[in-house]
Every structure is written in structure tokens, then in C-alpha cells.
Design a protein around this ligand. Structure first.
Ligand SMILES: NC(=O)c1ccc[n+]([C@@H]2O[C@H](COP(=O)([O-])OP(=O)(O)OC[C@H]3O[C@@H](n4cnc5c(N)ncnc54)[C@H](O)[C@@H]3O)[C@@H](O)[C@H]2O)c1
Length: 338
């Protein structure tokens, strides 16, 4: 039996527990969660033990693997302690929000010797999988350029995330799209030029970026644009705007995954995410499939998906975006290392 602990019993931690419950050969053994209110609700809802800290979870339950689902800025200490203890890890994106922390987690995972998946869930999104395999087949020719928009309505930074001021559209959303562009182009980002604005969310009490745009250049010569905003109106028909495109020398792809073909609006409900939910006894959707794949990969010894080195590359790219925002100039990934 593969035993899995979950650190952070928020939206994602509880979703992962549900996705893994009932999976053959897998047992979720408990949570770590510092908020007493969240811990109590989680214990009541799941019937699982909830410890105040990840070290208690480790010593009391001794799980084989741990999912790190703490806020963006709080992955480091948990991930390093558990990597040092030799536990397999699924670390939510972004790996970390500073270069030092991302490097420190990477070093700990490499030294600890256990396996690690960073939670780029679009790898389990059927539309993305199909787009990537079409590009990889060569039928669209060589990559020329790509684009991705991933934005949220005000609901996400002002109501859903209590820690939005400590994150940004770059840290919360762009890990997904930076990863997506590496998958679509098959290339690695080398330089970034970014612009953006802030002030509107700050006036609503969340002092972070309203919108960020970034232009990326890749090592194979492809280029890409990325945009992420946290200021879409809540009166729209969903909290997510997610579109991407690819242009190759022999063809192109365009995708609008905002509603994935099903839009539901009522007086009380604005948002529907059809690629998720439950079919029969099993949770489905990219994030559930990612967690199930992680567990299956650990049991079978098969590939887990994007590892800690890829998580580091994505964090480097977003650090370059931040530095470009701060300096107003183009920033190379290489110069970050200096
Ligand atoms: N919500 C989403 O749609 C979504 C999607 C993809 C990825 N993610 C990522 O998943 C991670 C978690 O996001 P979330 O939406 O579940 O946030 P959340 O705020 O709902 O939950 C995070 C939980 O972690 C707890 N926590 C904080 N510090 C901790 C620590 N040191 N040890 C244990 N628990 C701690 C908090 O009290 C909170 O209950 C983030 O990195 C986020 O970017 C979220």
C-alpha cells in the first residue's frame, strides 16, 4: 500500500485527497494544516487525522509520499524537510517564488533520492495533450511562435485566495502557461521582456499586480507571448479565461479552454469547469488525473511527469519576468544565475 500525506488542507489539498481516495493500492493517511478552523473542517469532512505541522504528519504517519499544497510562498520549508526525509513529493506549482528557494528545493530533492513531480496539471488536460502530440508529430512543421492567456476574475485574488497579495498573476497563473509553452514549442525559454500594471487590485485591498504581459524567446528560435490578469469582471460567465495558440511552418493550433465547450450561468452560479468532477466512484479532470498518475507512477515505477528541474526552469522564467517588470529591460535566464 502506498501511503500519502497532504500538507495544506485548502482547496487543492482536499481536492487531492478526494482524487486519491479509493485508488487501488493507495491510502491517504492524513493532513498537515496550521489553521485550526481549516483543520477542524477537514478532519470532520474526511475522517482523516490533521496535524498542525508537516513534521508531525511525518513522525506520526510516516507516509511514503507527500503532496505539498501550501500557498505559493510556503512550499520551500515543507518541501526541503520532506525531501531530506527521503519522501516522494508532488509539489504544487510554482515550485517556489524565489530563485534561492527553488534551487534549495531542487538540491534537497536531488540529494534525498526520492521522486518528485511538480504540479503542472495541464500535462493531464486532454486538449493540451492532443495539441502537444500534434506538434510533436511534425505535421504542423517547426514551431515559429505561440501564445497563451490565462486570467482570472476578481473573485480569485479578492475572495478565493487569502494570500493573493503575497502572490501575483505571474506566480499563480503563469507557471501553467510557461510550462504549456515549453510543451508546445519543445524549446526552453532563454530571455524575457515583460510589462504590466498595478493599482486596481491594491485599491480593493490586495496589493499585487493587476496584469502582466511577457514576451519570451526560446533556445530554438521560437517566440511567445503570455498574458495573465487578475482583474476580469466578476459579472462574466466564469472565473477563468484560458486560451492558447501555436503557429508552425506548416500549420497552427488555437484553443479556448475557458469553458471547455460547456458554459453554465444561473442567478447563483457563474462558473463551471466541465473537465472536472466525478464519474462513477472516481474523480476526474486534469488535477485529479495528475494526482492519480503520481500515485500510479510511484507504485509501478513509471514516469511521474515534469520533475523538480523543470519546476526550477519555470521559476527561473518567472523570476526573469519579475526582474524585467522591475527594470523595464529584457532579462536572460542565464544572467539570473550570475
Ligand atoms: N486553487 C487553484 O485553482 C490552484 C490551481 C492550481 C494550483 N494551485 C496551487 O496549489 C497551492 C495551494 O493552493 P490552494 O488554492 O489550495 O490554497 P488554499 O489557501 O486554499 O490552501 C492552502 C492551505 O495551506 C495551509 N498552509 C499554509 N502554510 C502551511 C504550512 N506551512 N503547512 C501546512 N499548511 C499550510 C493554509 O492554512 C491553507 O489552508 C498553491 O501553490 C497554488 O498556486 C492552486
Amino acid at each position: 500500500m502506498l501511503t500519502i500525506g497532504i500538507v495544506g488542507a485548502g482547496l487543492r489539498g482536499r481536492m487531492f485527497a478526494s482524487a486519491l481516495t479509493g485508488q487501488p493500492g493507495v491510502e491517504v493517511v492524513g493532513f498537515a494544516e496550521p489553521s485550526k478552523r481549516v483543520a477542524e473542517t477537514t478532519g470532520t469532512e474526511t475522517g482523516l487525522p490533521v496535524y498542525a505541522g508537516h513534521l508531525d504528519l511525518l513522525s506520526e504517519q510516516n507516509p511514503d509520499a507527500v503532496i505539498v499544497a501550501t500557498p505559493d510562498f510556503a512550499h520551500h520549508d515543507v518541501a526541503v524537510d520532506l525531501a531530506n526525509a527521503g519522501r516522494h513529493l508532488l509539489i504544487e506549482k510554482p515550485l517556489a517564488t524565489t530563485l534561492d528557494e527553488a534551487r534549495s528545493i531542487t538540491a534537497a530533492v536531488q540529494a534525498g533520492g526520492a521522486r518528485c513531480l511538480v504540479g503542472f496539471e495541464n500535462r493531464w488536460n486532454p486538449h493540451v495533450v492532443r495539441a502537444a502530440s500534434t506538434v510533436q508529430s511534425g505535421s504542423l512543421g517547426a514551431p515559429i511562435t505561440a501564445s497563451a492567456v490565462l486570467s482570472n476574475s476578481y473573485f480569485v485574488p479578492t475572495q478565493m485566495l487569502s494570500w493573493a497579495a503575497l502572490s501575483s498573476p505571474a506566480w499563480f497563473l503563469m507557471p501553467h502557461t510557461v510550462d504549456l509553452l515549453t510543451v508546445l514549442t519543445g524549446q526552453t525559454p532563454v530571455s524575457v521582456m515583460a510589462t504590466g500594471s498595478r493599482g486596481v487590485l491594491a485599491a480593493r485591498g490586495v496589493d499585487t499586480w493587476d496584469v502582466i504581459h511577457a514576451m519570451l524567446t526560446f533556445d530554438g528560435g521560437a517566440t511567445a507571448t503570455l498574458s495573465s490578469a487578475w482583474v476580469l469582471p466578476d459579472a462574466g460567465d466564469g472565473i477563468v479565461d484560458f486560451r492558447f495558440g501555436f503557429i508552425g511552418t506548416m500549420g497552427s493550433i488555437s484553443a479556448d479552454l475557458s469553458h471547455q465547450g460547456l458554459t453554465v450561468v444561473s442567478d447563483r452560479l457563474r462558473s463551471e469547469w466541465p473537465l472536472g468532477g466525478r464519474i462513477g466512484p472516481v474523480d476526474v479532470g486534469p488535477a485529479a488525473w495528475m494526482a492519480q498518475h503520481f500515485a500510479r507512477g510511484l507504485i509501478d515505477g513509471t514516469d511521474l511527469g515534469p520533475g523538480v528541474e523543470h519546476g526550477l526552469l519555470v521559476t527561473e522564467t518567472i523570476c526573469a519576468i519579475e526582474r524585467s517588470l522591475a527594470t523595464g529591460r529584457s532579462v536572460t535566464i542565464e544572467e539570473l544565475a550570475a
